[in-house]
Design a binder for this molecule. Structure first.
Ligand SMILES: [Mn+2]
Length: 380
């Protein structure tokens, strides 16, 4: 049987205030096509289904549509564990009913994790948990639990004691394994380095399907992060090929199936004019999510508007600081006072010195309008 391993959907995540709903629907559709084309027998979702504990309506609609299509439309069972971004109780609501419909959800840690018996393979569902939770669930071994590593050993000892010989043993979990590579969007992971566990805790399993880290990677011969289905940050994630992992439970061979993206993610850097020329980028990159760093001037709203003309999905931009050392004001107070009868000239000098650009007619018109408003206010 083939299992599709995915994780960290982060439904409801936005990018700089911009909804990613279309992007997320795009990868969900792509995952459904992989399930059909690869004749997948079950889908494993390793946590961080949602981006927040209380997902918004749009995120819930995406989840609803995706699991309905997978479990009901395609008739493929789905196994889901809660991640640290999910609210365990909410995710596992109506779990007994959902299980009958093909959706098995593990929300909170229990003494004996849920086992899903598939054709020739047993999948154990281990949701994200804390040391505190592990101590509460295993009070008789609470003294042994001083770190996440200890907690995993205790929790997985209980699973190992229950493995059925002759079957494939697959673990579905949300965890931070030490020495794995992190991305900018692994917010919780970066902060929680102390919560990392060694790969040794997973002894005894034929395959460990992990979620938590956003870059697809193996962290051992049988331990893998599928990574997110889309790029959620600039930087390291820009160069990752996002994918799902398809595991054959008979041969334990895996194939990595790349997922298409609605928007590429690209960081660009150069002078304002260079960036406006947009050279060196493919059309898909130019129309994708862009982080622009302007090296020769301040980028105000005017400059941003020009960049948006070239990069319709510009998410972040930065330029020289408005009040950086490099943009020292060259006018003394005396000079200012002498010139105070000519506000427009002061404004021009301000633009040249602080913002390093000559104000164009449009900007000057706005300045005059503001000046008129101010004068009217003074008289009133
Ligand atoms: Mn995550």
């Amino acid at each position: 049987m083939k299992l599709l391993h995915t994780s960290d959907w982060h439904l409801g995540m936005s990018a700089q205030g911009r909804s990613l709903e279309d992007d997320q629907r795009f990868f969900l559709d792509a995952i459904c096509r992989v399930i059909e084309e690869e004749r997948v027998g079950a889908v494993l979702l390793a946590g961080d289904v949602f981006d927040r504990a209380v997902p918004g309506a749009a995120a819930l609609r995406l989840y609803d549509a995706a699991v309905t299509e997978i479990c009901d439309g395609l008739g493929v069972p789905m196994l889901v564990v809660a991640g640290n971004h999910d609210n365990a109780a909410r995710l596992a609501a109506c779990k007994a009913l959902l299980k009958k419909a093909g959706l098995t959800v593990a929300g909170e840690l229990t003494r004996q994790p849920e086992r899903a018996e598939l054709d020739g393979a047993d999948v154990y569902l281990l949701p994200w948990f804390t040391c505190e939770k592990a101590r509460a669930v295993f009070p008789e071994r609470a003294d042994e639990i001083g770190s996440m590593e200890d907690a995993f050993r205790v929790v997985l000892d209980a699973v190992r004691a229950d493995l059925i010989p002759g079957r494939r043993h697959i673990l579905l979990a949300h965890a931070f394994v030490a020495d794995a590579e992190t991305s900018l969007s692994d917010r919780a992971a970066e902060i929680g380095r102390a919560a990392a566990v060694g790969r040794g805790v997973f002894e005894g399993f034929d395959y460990v399907a992990l979620g938590h880290l956003h870059g697809p990677q193996d962290v051992g011969a049988r331990i893998r992060y599928s990574g997110t289905p889309m790029k959620y940050s600039f930087g390291r994630e820009e160069n990752q090929v996002k994918s799902v992992t398809v595991l054959d439970t008979g041969t334990l061979e895996r194939s990595i199936v790349p997922l298409p993206a609605l928007h590429e993610r690209t960081s660009i850097e150069g002078s304002f004019d260079e960036l406006l020329a947009g050279r060196g980028l493919s059309e898909a990159q130019r129309r994708g999510f862009i982080r622009a760093r302007v090296t020769d001037r301040y980028v105000g709203l005017e400059g941003a508007a020009e960049l948006f003309e070239v990069y319709p999905n510009l998410l972040e931009y930065s330029g020289l600081a408005y009040d950086s050392d490099e943009s020292a004001v060259t006018m003394t107070l005396d000079e200012l006072e002498r010139q105070s009868s000519e506000p427009e000239e002061i404004f021009r000098r301000f633009c040249r010195d602080s913002v390093r650009m000559e104000p164009d007619e449009h900007l000057l018109a706005l300045f005059r309008e503001a000046q008129r408003d101010w004068e009217r206010g003074e008289q009133a």
